[in-house]
Design a protein around this ligand. Structure first.
Ligand SMILES: [Zn+2]
Length: 107
C-alpha cells in the first residue's frame, strides 16, 4: 500500500501547479508510484483522426505525478503532512504525523 491513496486531498510540492490549491487524487498508478491529481499537471494530448474526432483534436488531460512530489492534506488539521502508520495487531492505519488523527482509507 502506498502512503497516498485514491481520493486523498494532496498538495503538489514541485512543478507548475505547486502553487495551486490542493486537489483530489483520481488514480494511483501503482506499478510506477505515480498518481493522477484532478486538474493538476495538465498536459495537452493530441488525438489522431477517429470517428469521434474526424479532424483530430487536442484535449487536456492529467499527467502522472510521482508520489514523492505529493503531500497529503490531513482532513482533521487541514495541513499538509507526512503520513505515519499506527500499527496494531489487527490493522495498519494511516495517521497524520502532526495531529495523529486517522487519514482515512482513501475510498
Ligand atoms: Zn492532522
Amino acid at each position: 500500500m502506498s502512503h497516498i491513496l485514491k481520493n486523498d486531498r494532496v498538495k503538489l510540492l514541485a512543478g507548475v501547479d505547486s502553487d495551486k490549491e490542493p486537489s483530489r487524487v483520481v488514480k494511483i498508478i501503482g506499478d510506477k508510484d505515480m498518481a493522477l491529481v484532478q486538474g493538476r499537471n495538465m498536459k495537452w494530448k493530441h488525438l489522431r483522426r477517429s470517428q469521434d474526432y474526424p479532424h483530430g483534436a487536442r484535449v487536456q488531460k492529467e499527467a502522472p505525478i510521482p508520489l514523492s512530489k505529493l503531500m497529503v492534506i490531513c482532513p482533521a488539521c487541514a495541513k499538509p503532512t507526512r503520513v505515519k502508520y499506527l500499527v496494531t495487531e489487527k490493522a495498519k492505519t494511516r495517521i497524520c504525523a502532526k495531529c495523529k488523527k486517522p487519514l482515512g482509507e482513501g475510498k
